[in-house]
Design a binder for this molecule. Structure first.
Ligand code: AMP
Length: 214
């Protein structure tokens, strides 16, 4: 199964992609995670991307297209993949189409997780993850059972993304509306977009996704 998850920053693409990965054994390909790994490893690509990410801007299309090209037909994608955060511009969507044709692959679903902008600022600025296992938490909506201790692995170190502050989030939402939202009509014209309500609870969004892909 090959999926694209679309939605504004904070819509829950990463959270739902992890659940889809666990349930259907398909790989989560998050371009944001890949870029953060590049930054952590101190390589040139990461150095070039960091300023743009921290400003809430998109990194250049070609950098992302090159990064994803080697992933979608890798061995671990034999069962399928979930594209999380890619494509993010019409040019990226066109490049993805070309890659899929070349590799003889086809998308099964393009799913939009639809949310309200204002709620996203609060959602994003409060979120953090366990530094050991990556489990996600939120200052208001999803606190660990014991303060400061990860429910999943017992870890006590947590991290916040450097681009999860209010100012950058507003820039990221602007980039989404200007550059990414047009993809909805790109896929819409092909009759491929299905929409779930991203303002519903995490479990309810998962149920809605299951109804589409299950
Ligand atoms: P995300 O983790 O998906 O929210 O991505 C974090 C940041 O990485 C974005 O705000 C962009 O700066 C950059 N980024 C991630 N994916 C892409 C993409 N497909 N195209 C351009 N920039 C991206």
């Amino acid at each position: 199964m090959k999926l694209v998850l679309l939605g504004a920053p904070g819509a829950g693409k990463g959270t739902q992609a992890k659940r889809l990965h666990e349930k259907y054994d398909i790989v989560q390909l998050s371009t944001g995670d890949m870029l953060r790994a590049e930054i952590a490893s101190g390589g040139e690509l990461g150095r070039n991307a960091k300023g743009l990410i921290d400003a809430g801007a998109l990194v250049p299309d070609q950098m992302i297209i090159d990064m994803i090209a080697g992933c979608i037909d890798a061995d671990d994608c034999a069962n399928g993949f979930i594209l999380d955060g890619f494509p993010r511009t019409t040019r990226q969507a066109e490049a993805l189409d070309a890659m899929l044709v070349e590799k003889g692959l086809k998308l099964d679903h393009v799913i939009e997780i639809r949310v309200d902008d204002e709620a996203m600022v609060q959602r994003i600025t409060g979120r953090y993850t366990c530094a050991e296992c990556g489990a996600g938490y939120h200052d208001t909506f999803q606190r660990p059972k014991v303060d400061g201790v990860c429910d999943t692995c017992g870890g006590t170190r947590f991290t916040r993304r450097s681009d999860d502050n209010a100012e950058t989030v507003r820039a990221r939402l602007k980039a989404y509306h200007e550059k990414t939202a047009p993809i909805l009509s790109y896929y819409g014209k092909k009759g491929m977009v299905q929409t779930v309500d991203g303002m519903a609870s995490i479990d309810e969004v998962t149920r809605q996704l299951d109804r589409i892909v299950g």
